[in-house]
Design a binder for this molecule. Structure first.
Ligand SMILES: Nc1ncnc2c1ncn2[C@@H]1O[C@H](COP(=O)(O)OP(=O)(O)OP(=O)(O)O)[C@@H](O)[C@H]1O
Ligand SMILES: [Mg+2]
Length: 228
């Protein structure tokens, strides 16, 4: 883990958090980087013979004002301090909470643990190879996949969540469709919920359009709305 500190990937705080998680037995060894995103990096880790995914939010994130706006509207989140650290910790905690809620309704990575800006979850993939996203897949019957995605959004909404960052990149294909990246997910009462739901559906319609499946945005929205 120290190598990552030397390379400036992990700061001292994060390193302490990782040590705490590993001493809790959440993982036994940290492996390579799976993805470097805008706000978070995702690492592969091991727990014995099992693979685990570790998502680490950067505290020096650039989107921290947007994070605050998102969190402020969330009835589940109270009393957010103003510091970067506290906002990013709340953000991580909310993604963990979202995963716990979502897993009762759709297939998502099993959330394992969280501490500060670090979230540990089931690794979706095999032998250290992560499952591909929908974007990279070829299917004969895209309409069937589209219907599965619409149903996923319906089931999620019924369970009290709008994904908020739905895209072909956030659906992994591993025997079935696995929805990931719940950092922006909100409950339907959130002031941004309608906007996010609309955007999710827009993304869905435009991606499947590019795969030759014509979906009607209003119809999809209506189907989701009827879920409540
Ligand atoms: N549980 C997991 N199992 C396997 N791979 C994962 C898992 N979680 C995340 N990944 C990989 O890491 C990538 C980034 O994860 P995620 O979408 O949660 O973060 P992000 O902050 O949105 O990153 P980005 O800015 O790239 O969208 C995913 O696209 C996926 O390839
Ligand atoms: Mg993502």
């Amino acid at each position: 883990m120290e190598d990552y500190v030397d390379e400036g990937v992990l700061d001292e705080h994060t390193l302490k958090t990782l040590y705490r998680l590993s001493s809790r037995g959440v993982f036994t060894a940290l492996g390579g980087v799976l993805s470097t995103g805008k706000e978070a990096d995702v690492f592969l880790a091991e727990r014995g013979y099992e693979d685990v995914a570790i998502k680490i939010y950067r505290v020096a994130t650039t989107r921290f004002k947007e994070m605050r706006e998102h969190l402020t509207g969330d009835p589940r989140v109270r009393g957010i301090g103003g510091s970067r650290h506290s906002i990013v910790y709340r953000w991580t905690q909310r993604e963990y909470g979202n995963l716990r809620r979502a897993k009762e309704h759709v297939r998502v990575p099993e959330p394992l643990a969280m501490d500060k800006n670090v979230l540990a979850m089931e690794f979706i993939g095999e032998d250290e190879l992560r499952a591909p996203s929908l974007r990279r897949m070829e299917f004969d019957d895209w309409a069937e996949i589209a219907e599965m995605c619409v149903e996923m959004l319906i089931d999620l909404y019924e369970g009290g969540l709008v994904h908020g960052d739905f895209s072909e990149y956030n659906v992994l294909v591993f025997e079935e469709l696995v929805l990931i990246d719940f950092s922006q997910s909100v409950t339907p009462e959130h002031p941004l919920a309608t906007h996010l739901l609309r955007r999710d559906v827009e993304n869905l319609v435009s991606f499947f359009g590019s795969r030759g499946v014509e979906l009607d945005e209003c119809e999809v929205l209506e189907r989701i709305g009827e879920a409540l």
